[in-house]
Structure formats: structure tokens, C-alpha cells
Design a protein. Sequence first.
Length: 92
Amino acid sequence: MCNALSVFTKNPEVAELMAIAFALLDPQHKVSYSDSRAASRAFARGVVDAEVSKLLEDRYISTHYIVWFPAHMGDLGGGQRNFNESAHEAAR
């Protein structure tokens, strides 16, 4: 399982698309979560950046679900921490 990835690009949308693309390459996991609505929709429409398309071409991708979740919404409630919020704070 890949839970960290470095993508060097000036375009943050390409970085989000690449993260999802790498998740799709893991045959052991059928669901990927992303806080990027634009990237999730791009995959749903089948319209991704050329770099991402090149990464995925000629690769077998099994049925996979991409789930978008809203980010930067504060704590989840019920005493649960939102780890996306924690990562965002650490990155600042």
C-alpha cells in the first residue's frame, strides 16, 4: 500500500491526479479517497492530464472506486480527529 507520494510539478491539479493514478495501480485496494473534487471528477469523466494518461497507459486497472470527501471542514465530530486537517496544519 502506498500512503506517500512525491510529485514534482508546478500544477497542483496534476499532483492530485497523479496521486489518484498511483492509487489505481494498487490491485489490492479497490477504493481510493481524495479531497480533490476536480481530480475525482476528471477521472469520472475520463479526462485526465497527458502525464497521468501516460502513467496509466498499457496498465491493467481493475474495477476501482474513487471517493471524494470534503476537506478542511474541521473536526469530524464525536471526538474524531480529521487527519486531513492535521496534515494541512503541519504543511503550513
